[in-house]
Structure formats: C-alpha cells, structure tokens
Design a protein around this ligand. Structure first.
Ligand SMILES: NC(=O)c1ccc[n+]([C@@H]2O[C@H](COP(=O)([O-])OP(=O)(O)OC[C@H]3O[C@@H](n4cnc5c(N)ncnc54)[C@H](OP(=O)(O)O)[C@@H]3O)[C@@H](O)[C@H]2O)c1
Length: 205
C-alpha cells in the first residue's frame, strides 16, 4: 500500500519519501519506483521510518498488527502532523477475510490513541494496493476520508484528489473509519467471487 501510494502521489507531482525499518529496503523501493516513473516525476527517496515521520504529512502503511509496535516510537516526530491511517483490521480465518474489531473502535482510532498529538485521518482502506501499482491503470473509485480535525480531513481529501481517478468523500469524524475498514473484507470476498478488483462508489452526492 505504501509503495502504491508513493507511486501515484509522485506521479501526481508530489515530493515523496518512502520509509522502512531498514533504509536499504526503502532505498530499493525508491529505486524501483523511480524506474517506473521514468523521470516524469520528482525523484522518490528512501529512508528510515523516523526520517519520514518528520515530514509534513505521513502515511502509516504497515499491517494493522504492526501499528502498535511501530507508532509509539515515532509519536514524537509525528506530533502536530497529519497522519493517514490506511490499516484494515482483519484476519484470514480459514482463508476467508474476516473483520477484526479493535477495542478503540477502529484501527484509525487506535492509531490516534498511540500518537495523541497528531491529526489522524483515515483514508484509502478500500483501495487495492495492486491497482495503485499499475500506473497505466486508470482508477475509478471513491475514497472515504474520516477524521476529527476538519481541516486535516479536508487536506487529506485534497491529497486523494491529486491521484487521478480517485474521488474523496469525507465521511465525518474519525469514528466513521470503522465503516471504511469494515468494507474491505467484503471487497476481498467480492474480488474472489467475481474474479475482479472491486472498489467503492458512493451515489447520490
Ligand atoms: N494491500 C492492500 O491492497 C491494502 C488495501 C487497503 C488497505 N491496506 C492496509 O495498508 C497497510 C499496509 O498493507 P500492505 O499490504 O502494504 O502491507 P505489507 O506489504 O504486509 O507491509 C507493508 C510494510 O510494513 C512494514 N512492516 C511489516 N511488518 C511489520 C512489523 N511487524 N513491524 C513494523 N513494520 C512492519 C514492512 O516494511 P519494512 O520491513 O520495510 O519496515 C512492510 O513492507 C495495512 O494496514 C493494510 O491493512 C492494504
């Protein structure tokens, strides 16, 4: 997910750094992204999670189970920043995607508890990372954007719109992220049933 978002955001002209626990790994990812971008975008760079967390806006794209281990050590750097939660709490019980139910209400709210001085916004939970990585593929779906800080939410909605083919739909407070997160196991089941990649579209807006 992090690689896919980095690719699409860089292609939209934004300056992007990818983070990792291991800078060699993020350096490799940055190299791969730059070769896909073929010089048509600002150069993507790779560094440690700590360095990326200190930038203007950070996207947390680690597995839900890793959020609790990753964020407390970065909370200082993330203070005051907009932090996007992409995590979907789910398990693959006997191979089937099933939603998990975090005590905080959602993965995004759990993230907000772990970095209380940050402006946490949930987004991209229903977007398939594989689709983002296919740069030639035109996206055509909505992204729900939920967050308690209205200004931060609007900034993230603007960021989402920078990616061609994505429409941002503000869903309200951070607590609404539980609905976006809960849709993903269903989308994965639909993908399997209909042999395709599904996304969401909200009508009536
Ligand atoms: N994949 C999708 O289509 C999709 C769709 C919607 C939402 N999401 C959400 O996006 C997030 C990332 O998904 P993904 O599929 O990109 O995950 P992933 O490939 O399994 O992991 C992404 C990165 O997280 C880091 N990581 C893995 N385990 C970790 C651990 N135990 N502690 C700290 N860092 C760890 C690794 O980076 P380093 O080893 O380089 O540090 C890894 O490359 C998840 O929360 C997922 O629910 C994914």
């Amino acid at each position: 997910m992090g690689t896919g978002l980095a690719l699409r955001l860089a292609a939209a002209g934004l300056e992007v750094q990818v983070g990792s626990r291991d800078p060699e790994r993020s350096g490799e990812v940055a190299k791969r992204l730059n070769s896909l971008l073929q010089g048509r975008a600002p150069e993507v760079t790779g560094s440690r999670n700590h360095e990326v967390a200190a930038l203007a806006l950070a996207v947390v794209a680690v597995p839900y189970e890793a959020v609790r281990a990753t964020i407390p050590g970065l909370a200082g750097e993330l203070a005051g920043k907009i932090v996007i939660s992409t995590a979907v709490p789910m398990s693959f019980a006997s191979g089937r995607p099933e939603p998990l139910h975090p005590a905080a209400g959602s993965a995004a709210e759990e993230l907000a508890e772990l970095c209380p001085a940050s402006r946490v916004v949930g987004a991209f939970q229903t977007v398939a990372a594989g689709q983002l990585l296919e740069l030639g593929l035109r996206l055509d779906e909505d992204v729900l954007v939920g967050g308690d800080d209205r200004e931060a939410r609007q900034e993230v909605a603007t960021l989402v719109r920078r990616i061609e083919g994505l429409r941002a739909v503000e869903s309200g407070p951070l607590a609404t992220c539980r609905y976006a997160e809960g849709l993903t196991p269903l989308l994965l089941r639909l993908n399997r049933l209909h042999h395709t990649q599904t996304g969401i579209r909200i009508t009536g807006l």
